[in-house]
Each structure stands twice: as C-alpha cells, then as structure tokens.
Design a protein around this ligand. Structure first.
Ligand SMILES: NC(=O)c1ccc[n+]([C@@H]2O[C@H](COP(=O)([O-])OP(=O)(O)OC[C@H]3O[C@@H](n4cnc5c(N)ncnc54)[C@H](OP(=O)(O)O)[C@@H]3O)[C@@H](O)[C@H]2O)c1
Length: 288
C-alpha cells in the first residue's frame, strides 16, 4: 500500500518547492500526499499541483485528528512565532494518537549548545519529537538564499542586509529536495539530523555576484536595528520573537556565532547531486 504523507507548512518557500517535488510521486501512486491548508489560497496551491488539500491550522488543535488520520509520515514546518514550541508539541502528540510512524522536522542550524533562542527553540521541539518514540529525521537549514530576493531593490541595485561577515546559505529548493528524498523513503534517514548549508558568502560577496550577472554595480545597505524591528512587527511577528531574531543577527554580526559559516555536503549525500551554487540561484531567480 502507498505511504501517506502529510505536509505542514506546504505553501511557503520550502513547502512550495516540496509540493513540486512530490507531485510526481503522488501522480504515480507511489505516495499519497496531503497538504494541510488553512485558506482558499493555500487550498488552490496544493490542488493545482494535483495534490490533496486537507483543512489544518496549527493554531486550531481541533483540526489535527482528522488531518492526521491514516497518515504514515508527517513533514513538520513551523512558522516564525513563539507558538512554534506548542505547535511542535501538539502535532507530535496528535501524531502519536493517530499512529503516525515518522516525523520529519525542519528547524534551523546551530551548535547543539547554542544560547540563541531563535535557534534553540527548534532544538526543544526536536527533543520532544525524539522523546515521543516516533521515528524522526531533523532538517537544520542555515540562511535561505531565497531571503536575498526580498532584500534586493533591483531598481537601485541595492541589497538591504544587516550582516557583514560571511554566513552559509542553502536554496529552499534544495531543502525541499532533501525533504522529498526523506519522505519518499524514511527508513535510511531515521534518527538522523541533516545540517543544510551549502556555501558561505557575505552580503558584499552576493552583491559582487549580482554585479557580475547583471553588469550593474550592486551595493549593500546596512539598515539600523530599529528599522528591522519595525519591519518584523509589520510582518506580524510577536515583539519577543522579533527581538530574539534581532539579537541573533547582532550576535552573528559581532562574531558571537562561530558556526554561522559552516558548510556541508548534505544535498549531495542525500539527493545525489551537488547543491545549487549561490550564483546559479541568483541567475535563475533574481527576476522572480
Ligand atoms: N529563512 C531563513 O533564512 C531560515 C533559516 C533557517 C531556518 N528557517 C526555518 O524555515 C522555516 C520557514 O520556512 P519557509 O520560509 O518555507 O516558511 P514560510 O515561507 O514563512 O511559510 C510558512 C508556511 O507555514 C504555514 N503556516 C503558517 N501559519 C500556519 C498555521 N497557523 N497553520 C498551518 N500552517 C501555517 C504557511 O501557510 P499559509 O499559506 O496558510 O500562510 C506556509 O505554508 C521556519 O521554521 C524557520 O525557522 C528559515
């Protein structure tokens, strides 16, 4: 019988690419792929790709049992909120009730003893999943290359970014490729934690790549801290969550996160091809 996979967070950067990856498996009957959705827009995104859409809201526990019935494997992406801690716990509890076998989490990369909350909150969820007795695989990406697209003003050829030193990056499409490989065949990946960061680059390095690709000189603009807070609050982040993000960016900028530029060959090991290079990502996506 085909394995049933339930995707949480399937309509964002990683999720959208994951739907594309798994559409073929669903169409062929190798997997039954259900996407948890909470809006007509998300419902349409999943069904237009031929996948099943199931009503699901991380903030509405009443939607969990129905959504998880008959599911073998859960992909658990949690949104940018302090509530992600309870999201992780309540989904894990519901997965146990429903007889789910495997949970594949996506969190963030950092040293296991990281003192920074935006990273450490993910580790707490991972520990809870591990304690549940379910089989698990954890994906730990560092910075998404896709972030840059939202930080790029292509009219003024300016990259708005508070970082100065190199950090390591991964394309959301590569995170999705690794997730898809695990969801297709969880057994070889059981109990593993996969760091996902393919290439180190500073904002100045990325601006130089853009200059090279476009022929227009690109520059980096470093906004002040209060502008980042205003932007995060405008995006609906809780003040405590926004402050934790700002503290982390400040820590990275001051050199207090020694692992921040670590890179790994995880994509090659799991998917069997090299990760997308930053310059190729920019070539493909800069006009998106
Ligand atoms: N960006 C980075 O550089 C970076 C680095 C390391 C780790 N990460 C991790 O990556 C994850 C974010 O990935 P992403 O960029 O793909 O996310 P995203 O684009 O922000 O998408 C969030 C997804 O979660 C869904 N969602 C939000 N609230 C929900 C709710 N209450 N119930 C059900 N679904 C809900 C959204 O669905 P709707 O369409 O309904 O809104 C969407 O599918 C986070 O865990 C973050 O810690 C990011």
């Amino acid at each position: 019988m085909a394995t049933t996979v339930f995707l949480i967070g399937a309509t964002g950067h990683v999720g959208d690419a994951l739907l594309d990856e798994l559409a073929v498996d669903h169409a062929s009957g190798r997997l039954i792929v259900k996407a948890g959705v909470r809006s007509p827009r998300s419902h349409a995104l999943a069904t237009q790709k031929g996948l099943l859409a199931v009503d699901f809201d991380l903030d509405q526990i009443a939607t969990f049992d129905n959504a998880l019935r008959g599911v073998d494997t859960v992909f658990l992406l949690r949104p940018y909120t302090l509530r992600q801690l309870m999201h992780g716990k309540t989904v894990t509890d519901a997965a146990r009730r429903a007889g789910v076998k495997t949970i594949v989490t996506i969190g963030a990369y950092g040293r296991p003893d990281t003192p920074w909350p935006v990273i450490g909150w993910n580790f707490l969820v991972e520990a809870y999943v591990e304690r549940s007795g379910l089989s698990f695989t954890h994906l730990q990406p560092n910075y998404f290359m896709d972030n840059i697209l939202a930080q790029l003003d292509s009219k003024s050829h300016t990259l708005v970014n508070r970082l100065r030193a190199p950090v390591s990056w991964i394309a959301a499409s590569d995170i999705a490729a690794v997730a898809a490989a695990v969801l297709r065949d969880p057994a070889p990946h059981a109990g593993k934690t996969y760091p996902l960061a393919a290439e180190a680059a500073s904002p100045d390095d990325i601006a130089a790549m853009l200059t090279d690709i476009t022929g227009h000189q690109h520059k980096v603009f470093v906004p002040e801290s209060h502008r980042m807070m205003d932007r995060l609050l405008a995006q609906g982040r809780e003040p405590e969550y926004a402050q934790a993000l700002i503290d982390y960016v400040d820590a990275v900028a001051s050199g207090a996160v020694p692992e921040i530029a670590d890179t790994f060959d995880t994509v090659e090991q799991v998917v069997g091809r090299p990760a997308l290079r930053f310059k190729d990502f920019l070539r493909r996506n800069r006009n998106r």
